[in-house]
Design a protein around this ligand. Structure first.
Ligand SMILES: CC(C)(COP(=O)(O)OP(=O)(O)OC[C@H]1O[C@@H](n2cnc3c(N)ncnc32)[C@H](O)[C@@H]1OP(=O)(O)O)[C@@H](O)C(=O)NCCC(=O)NCCS
Length: 176
């Protein structure tokens, strides 16, 4: 996708009508696990304020699902990040993360968390880059272990924690 088109991508809150497109986008973005369509519908509804849909010419080209863990409202947990193959490598995922962080409902967020498998180089680069952009620390520990939690059927998921995030850095990064 040419750079001029990438800039025309609209970022917005998802709506329930995006659910099916989210399901198909996630299917096309290995190594992401697909969820049920019903789960994607809930992400587009209940979690719309902390999720983002990226569309271009009526087509969904990016999606992030996120939420605030109910007992830790200073934390934004990023569940999945997906950019369609033709939209990758041009800053879309970073833009989508910054878009969510700059929403009014994220004003009290000081930590961002996600989980990443060791082998997902693109995801590590995305979140390490974000921490640098926000001038925030980044730490990782095992969250869900291959054997203990996945009975050997899924790679270990590392919990990545970025923060503390200062409001001033958010404003600087948004205007950069
Ligand atoms: C991971 C993913 C969302 C990145 O999307 P993107 O729009 O290409 O990411 P960005 O352009 O914002 O790049 C962010 C950083 O990651 C780096 N990066 C992107 N793809 C990379 C790759 N395949 N390998 C190494 N680094 C990569 C970029 O160079 C950039 O680094 P910088 O900040 O130092 O410049 C996309 O590749 C994808 O959808 N992958 C499949 C699903 C997935 O793995 N999701 C993440 C797990 S939650």
């Amino acid at each position: 996708m040419p750079e001029t088109l990438i800039k025309k991508i609209e970022l917005r809150r998802p709506v329930a009508e995006d659910g099916m497109s989210v399901f198909k986008l996630i299917q096309q973005c290995p190594p992401l696990d697909t969820n049920s369509i019903y789960c994607n519908l809930l992400q587009c509804g209940h979690f719309a304020g902390t999720s983002v849909a990226a569309s271009s010419g009526g087509e969904l080209v990016g999606f992030i699902s996120g939420y605030m863990p109910p007992e830790r409202v200073d934390t934004l947990f990023i569940w999945q990040v997906a950019a369609s193959e033709q939209a990758r490598g041009q800053g879309l995922a970073t833009r989508m993360l910054m878009h969510i962080l700059n929403r009014p409902q994220c004003r009290k967020i000081t930590y961002l968390e996600t989980t990443i498998t060791e082998a997902n180089a693109a995801s590590w680069a995305l979140f390490t880059g974000l921490a640098g952009r926000l001038q925030a620390g980044i730490e990782s520990v095992v969250e869900f272990d291959r054997d203990r939690h996945f009975a050997g059927e899924h790679e270990t998921e590392m919990l990545v924690r970025i923060g503390p995030i200062a409001e001033a850095e958010l404003l600087n990064s948004a205007s950069a």
